[in-house]
Ligand binder design. Structure first.
Ligand SMILES: [Zn+2]
Ligand SMILES: [Zn+2]
Length: 81
């Protein structure tokens, strides 16, 4: 399988997008949790997806999965308690 950006066809700097309703805990990512693949530029330019400030740019989330500080809810909810 050749991976490429689902939007522009870019082959480099690809990041998986986590499924919007998935409870990804920030640890191990399974293929079943991936919604689609996009390049970093398309993620940056989109209004739907973003990176977690705490986890870096290895994968992207739907914005609904990020809190107001730009962190993924599943992983950082625990840490802030
Ligand atoms: Zn792209
Ligand atoms: Zn995170």
């Amino acid at each position: 399988m050749i991976e490429k950006c689902n939007y522009c066809g870019e082959l480099e700097e690809l990041v998986p997008i986590i499924k919007e309703n998935d409870k990804f805990d920030g640890l191990k990512l399974h293929t079943g949790q991936i919604d689609k693949t996009m390049c970093k530029r398309c993620v940056d330019n989109s209004f739907k997806y973003g990176f977690c400030r705490g986890c870096g740019e290895k994968l992207a989330y739907h914005l609904s999965q990020l809190n107001s500080a730009g962190e993924c809810l599943q992983k950082h909810a625990k840490e802030s308690l």
